[in-house]
Design a protein around this ligand. Sequence first.
Ligand SMILES: [Zn+2]
Ligand SMILES: [Zn+2]
Length: 192
Amino acid sequence: MMSEYLRVCRVCGLEAWTEEDLEQFKKDKGSRYGRDTICKKCFNEQQRLNKRKGGKYHEKQMATHRKWVKENPDKVNQKAHRYYNRHKDKMEFKERCRSYNRKTRIFVIEKMGGKCVKCGFSDWRALQIDHINGGGKKEIETKWKSSHKLYRYIRDAPIEEIKKEYQLLCANCNCIKRYEPKENFIRRRNKT
Ligand SMILES: [Zn+2]
Ligand SMILES: [Zn+2]
């Protein structure tokens, strides 16, 4: 019978008295009994904390993650769908989506100048993304599927590109624009 433990975890104080107990400790070739003075559980917890925001390995972890995201777009999509389906009915999730979409919208509006290009109205609640050459509703339905996706596209694309196609209009100016001849002409032509 041994009178002293072989290893003790420096974090939680777990003691290893037998070979079998040692299994619970992190391997470390250079140390006594080939084990570190930390148990696997505490080590994993430390790693977890280090990978979190502000942790030692956070940057490294994020870089690895970004690389994975880039290389596995299908898996990212599947994951997002599964997450969405699991959470879509929860109040908290809905609230988070709303606030995320609102933040994106405000950011996009500021990026595009923050005011109506026709009259200068600047309350973001009534500002809209206008397609300079018309056909905006159709484009959202076919290309973007939802207006949020258009906002996200504008958020990430270079401003010079965006300004070729989109502009900011207030709700009033946007309504009035529909009566201007050019857009009406394009609409009628698209219908036939
Ligand atoms: Zn421990
Ligand atoms: Zn206006």
